[in-house]
Design a protein around this ligand. Sequence first.
Ligand code: FE2
Ligand code: FE2
Length: 190
Amino acid sequence: MIDENNRWLLSFYRTSEIGGALFFGQLARTTRAAGMQQALTRHFADEAQHACYWTDCLASLGAEPMRLGESYQDRYLKAAGLPANFMEVLAVTHAFERRVMGQYARHLQLEDVQPEIRQTLERIVTDERRHLLWVRHALREMERDYGADTVKQARDRFEAADELVYRQLVTEHRDRMEDLFARGREGGAS
Ligand SMILES: [Fe+2]
Ligand SMILES: [Fe+2]
């Protein structure tokens, strides 16, 4: 069993992973970036798998996923504008992966996370760590073509958009988030 706030959070994770899978699926299909096809396709497959894990996790807890509106990525691209080139795609991805990793790590730190949820988080975090590494490495490579300053500016721009979208999200869902994370700190998350 699972309460409505946890159901919302896992559904939110699921929707974000679907957003990520669609984003990378599109990129994997269209990219001409040399040497990136393998990493992008792997990334696409991982995010699709993560959406599947959350859907299975919800099912194992007897819950259907909630249908939520825009994913995190949709909001994000609205806030920061569409990436203009492949380097900017990587900069968006880096900001997004950092946020996802931070959120999952924070969730894992709560006491009393249900075993199904903990296992799913642990499984996904291993992949997210790898995602962050390859994107960080690829961005460093891009400095050769674009210059370190341009890469830094793109990273700063997307990180600012990420911060904005995250703040909006926390404000919009204050009741659910505070309930989940405050209860967790007291060791009572269910
Ligand atoms: Fe993911
Ligand atoms: Fe990821």
